[in-house]
Design a protein around this ligand. Structure first.
Ligand code: NOJ
Ligand code: NOJ
Length: 574
């Protein structure tokens, strides 16, 4: 599968091996970075060759229209893709500016499009995906997803900071800031509500979502201050410490890793945490574990258990030693398309490790703690907890071991990249053959950002340095309103009426945890619930009789809460 160019170059480099970096990874990146950039741009409207029909600045997830149909624009994918382009712009590729300005305009419009998650002021910013002509996607989906606004704010904040440095503050104030402000107002209001995770499957709280929300609020508060937007600055900097406090709760001290989701019933070992660490990389924070920096003991411990969870389940990983890289996917329990390795997951492992190396080199030391000891052992079986300065042999052994390990993940990707450099979403666990969506834009972005990290590149600080988490968290859930749900329903003896729906107070569509209604005004059943203000959500009543659950007929009911006060419904069972 390896491309001809890579194989050829490999043979040449192998002869002069001995350098610290892998020649296979060198050759892969040399060939693949320009291909990735070109294929990424081909997936952006209006003129990308694979993005026909997409409006200007709109990123398609993939040109695949069936099995799976990915010809939509996801807020998450587009933000991460544009973040990679903004990073290249800052590094000197100023010709990307037109494309980035088109993104700003497209997102300013998209924020106003009413959709099944709500309107611009009632939670609609949590909608995960749209049609590529920027109309709402109205089919059923895992919604809301609350990482999107924060990721978009981060991409646009990086862009704004660059524009301000280059004398273009008025464009920021007029065009970019209004988009960021809506996203961060949403984030400040809803960070403590549950939603679907980045894989669109589990409705709960999710480490990635919380981590990216925290970063966006911190850097957004600084930008707001810069622009004289003091009310916004106060709001974001009030919520940011609460988010950081909550972020700590994902760490599972007895098992020694980050549990990615608070719900979903999985092990919690998930590339979720590696992507979050790399996204939130801020070298000024060193190996700080509070913000789960890539070289922090907690982030490395999590990375190790995540990687190891794939060693025995993917046949293509057979025979690899503990210090060798393997193919990795989203999480071990994955069954989507048969639960295969993902290119962007394997690339995220390499990126986190390259980021760690940047800091170790800058600090001229590696610190091993009891928490990260298992991560380091495969590179030096005798290593013990301690700090190793760059003139020690332990430092050299560990650094070279981690560098080879990181490059190994790129070698895995190289081995399973077709000769034309195209990257799908997944590659098969038994054969390594690409599968699921073709030309996944996010796969290409993941190669670009891993490559930059390997080159020692990083972005300006987002303000992670010196942050500490408070011991007890203020959960500030934002404003709520009290709604009385009334439903007229005749029941037989032993039968009771319950309520569930799409928000946490309605128990996230769980029939088991559904709220019991009170029949004191029979045949009207009632319950009063505190729900988030300014929010559109769906709900249904259910009947339970001796463990037998009967749902109301479709469609779901919908309710939009006001800004304050109380509300009520007068429903009739259907
Ligand atoms: C589509 C989502 O995009 C994907 O992440 C998920 O695994 C499948 N639906 C199955 O729920
Ligand atoms: C499925 C992935 O799980 C999700 O994260 C992504 O947003 C969509 N596919 C689109 O690429």
């Amino acid at each position: 599968m390896r491309s001809f160019v890579v194989t050829l170059t490999l043979a040449i480099y192998a002869a002069v091996a001995g350098a610290q970096q892998s020649s296979v990874a060198d050759a892969y990146f040399a060939n693949q970075v320009p291909i990735s950039k070109a294929n990424l741009l081909a997936n952006i409207g209006p003129d990308g060759s694979r993005a026909q029909g997409a409006k200007a600045g709109v990123v398609i997830a993939s040109p695949s229209t069936s099995d799976p149909d990915y010809l939509y624009t996801w807020i998450r994918d587009a933000s991460l893709v544009y973040k990679s382009l903004v990073e290249r712009l800052i590094r000197g590729e100023t010709d990307l500016r037109t494309k980035i300005d088109q993104y700003v305009d497209s997102q300013a419009y998209l924020q106003t499009v009413s959709n099944p998650s709500g309107t611009i002021s009632s939670g609609g910013l949590g909608e995960p995906k749209f049609n590529i002509n920027l109309t709402a996607f109205t089919g059923s989906w895992g919604r809301p997803q609350r990482d999107g606004p924060a990721l978009r704010a981060t991409a646009l904040t990086q862009y704004s900071n660059w524009l301000i440095k280059n004398g273009n503050q008025s464009y920021v104030s007029q065009k970019v800031w209004p988009v960021i402000k809506l996203d961060l107002d949403y984030t400040a209001q809803y960070w403590n509500y549950t939603g679907f995770d980045l894989w669109e499957e589990v409705s709960s709280s999710s480490f990635f979502t919380t981590a990216v929300q925290h970063r966006a609020l911190v850097e957004g508060a600084a930008l707001a201050t810069n622009l004289g937007e003091t009310a916004s600055a106060t709001s974001y900097s009030t919520q940011a410490p609460n988010v950081l406090c909550f972020q700590q709760s994902y760490w599972n001290p007895s098992a020694g890793y980050v549990t990615s989701n608070t719900g979903g019933g999985r092990s919690g070992k998930d590339v979720n945490s590696a992507i979050a660490s790399a996204h939130n990389f801020d070298p000024s924070a060193g190996c700080d574990a509070t913000t789960f920096q890539p070289c922090s003991d907690k982030a490395l411990a999590s990375l190790k258990v995540y990687i190891d969870s794939f060693r025995s389940i993917y046949p293509i990983n057979n025979g690899k030693a503990a210090n060798q890289a393997v193919a990795t996917g989203r999480y071990a329990e994955d069954v989507y398309y048969g639960g295969q390795p993902w290119y962007l997951a394997t690339a995220a492992v390499a990126e986190q490790l390259y980021d760690a190396i940047i800091v170790w080199k800058a600090e001229k030391a590696i610190t091993v703690t009891a928490t990260s000891l298992d991560f380091f052992r495969p590179f030096s079986s005798s290593v013990v907890a301690g700090t190793y300065a760059s003139d020690s042999t332990t430092y050299t052994t560990l650094l070279n071991g981690v560098q080879a390990f990181a490059d190994g993940f790129i070698e895995v990707i190289a081995q399973y990249t077709p000769a034309d450099g195209s990257l799908a979403e997944q590659y098969r666990r038994d054969t390594g053959v690409p599968t699921s969506a073709t030309h996944l834009t996010w796969s290409y972005a993941s190669i670009l950002t891993a490559f930059a990290a390997r080159n020692g590149e990083y972005q300006e600080s987002w303000g992670a340095k010196g942050l500490s988490a408070t011991a007890s968290c203020d959960s500030n859930t934002g404003p709520t309103v009290s709604v009385t749900f009334n439903v007229m329903a005749e029941t037989v003896l032993g039968e009771n009426i319950f309520l569930t729906g799409s928000v946490e107070p309605l128990k996230n569509w769980s029939p088991d945890n559904a709220l019991a209604l009170n029949p004191s005004n029979y045949p009207t059943w009632s319950v009063t619930v505190s729900v988030p203000a300014n929010t559109q959500f769906s709900y249904k009543y259910i009947r339970k009789n001796n463990g037998q659950v009967t749902w109301e007929s479709d469609p779901d009911r919908s309710y939009t809460s006001g800004a304050s006060g109380t509300g009520s419904t007068s429903d009739v069972w259907r």
